[in-house]
Design a protein around this ligand. Structure first.
Ligand code: UD1
Length: 338
């Protein structure tokens, strides 16, 4: 059986391809290279000794998706990462997000549902919970109205999959990620944001290496212990392994429902200041930062209840925030040749 990883040259996708290949899966990657580089294939090969098959396809092109499934008739499992993910951009250009994130999903499922039995893992986000009332956040926490078109595409995506699963042989797992950070410990692959990073950890590493002058901490007047927002930062290698575990669960027919949902986090919340302090301690780098006003749309705190992922999926985050920050820093230095 061959596994299709869409967005397989992106940050989480590339780490998942590595973990799939380590477990002996045969992988074909689709990526449109809109936010990734073809060089990532070499990084994957350096770690696993094997380059996955690769097709440069824009999944908004329905015919290209059909042609892909003709060529790769043995694909019965898909891990679907390919999507746009910048919250602000989605507010500016909602139709880009609906076309790219929803159109692509529909075309993939149209092909997959032609098979008697198939497996589909979906990249969802803790953003579906909005500002949850209770911490830690369980899978039963109510879904809140999306705060952006990006967030809405994750909610709609989940609904589409539920509807299709009812009338097809598609078995699916929706994985709701908290905040993925870090890089493969080899530093052969990592996060490569285009332009100015929007996420915290790439902004930290780019500031420390000298590309950005100063990190802005968005608000220190939140109702949290030190006033900065709290998130659940999960090492991308742990996150990648969860995808392999989820796929094996579906293939082994161990899933209890046609569509299952798991939160993927560490269960521990860290504030922005704690992340900065940990980065300075782990790397020995002093970080230039200042406190500025709040960023619109930020929730105060979000961290996962990992009970279901631990007990039902049988997966647990093993790496620490320190591990993640050390690996992100090693990767940043490698990319910049320093
Ligand atoms: C963000 C998105 C989320 C999306 C995820 C994808 C928002 C509101 N949320 O999550 O929907 O699924 O990215 O990667 O955009 N911070 C700073 N300075 C910075 C950058 C971030 O202080 O320069 C703070 C933020 O205020 C936040 C924390 O760091 O408290 C984490 O921010 P970020 O990495 O952007 O992740 P989220 O906002 O949690």
């Amino acid at each position: 059986m061959k596994i299709l990883v869409t967005g397989g040259l992106g940050f989480i996708g590339s780490h998942t391809v590595v973990e799939l290949q380590k477990e002996g899966f045969d992988v074909v990657v689709i990526d449109d290279l809109s936010n990734s580089s073809v060089d990532v294939l070499e990084g994957i090969e350096a770690i696993t000794g094997k380059k996955p098959e690769f097709e440069q396809i824009d999944l908004r092109e329905k015919q290209a998706v059909k042609d892909f499934f003709k060529k790769y008739a043995d694909v019965t499992g898909i891990i679907h990462f390919a999507a746009s993910k910048a919250v602000g951009e989605s507010v500016e250009n909602p139709l880009l997000y609906y076309e790219n994130n929803i159109g692509s999903l529909v075309y993939l499922l149209q092909e997959l549902q032609k098979k008697a039995e198939s497996y589909f893992i979906f990249s969802s986000s803790c953003t579906v919970y909005g500002q949850a009332e209770k911490m830690p956040i369980t899978e039963e926490a109510p879904i809140q109205a999306a705060m952006s078109p990006y967030g809405n595409t994750k909610q709609i995506g989940e609904e589409i999959i539920r509807d299709v699963a009812k009338v097809s042989g598609i078995n699916s797992i929706l994985l709701r990620y908290f905040n993925p950070v870090g890089a493969d410990p080899s530093a052969n692959i990592g996060e490569l944001p285009l332009g100015v990073p929007l996420n915290l950890v790439p902004f930290i590493t780019q500031t420390a290496i000298g590309i950005r002058e100063q990190l802005s901490v968005f608000g220190n007047d939140y109702p949290t212990p030190d006033g900065t927002c709290v998130r659940d930062y999960i090492h991308v290698v742990d996150l990648a392994k969860a995808h392999v575990t989820a796929l094996q669960r579906l293939i082994g027919k161990n899933n209890l429902e046609k569509v299952e949902v798991f939160n993927l986090g560490t269960g521990k919340g860290n504030s922005v200041i704690e992340v900065i302090n940990a980065f300075e301690r782990v790397t020995g780098q002093k970080l230039n930062y200042k406190i500025v006003g709040r960023r619109a749309g930020d929730v105060i705190e979000a961290y996962a209840d990992t009970t279901k992922a631990n007990n039902v999926l049988g997966w647990k985050a093993e790496l620490s925030l320190d591990d993640a920050l050390a690996s992100a820093w090693k990767w940043e230095r490698k990319v910049r040749g320093k």
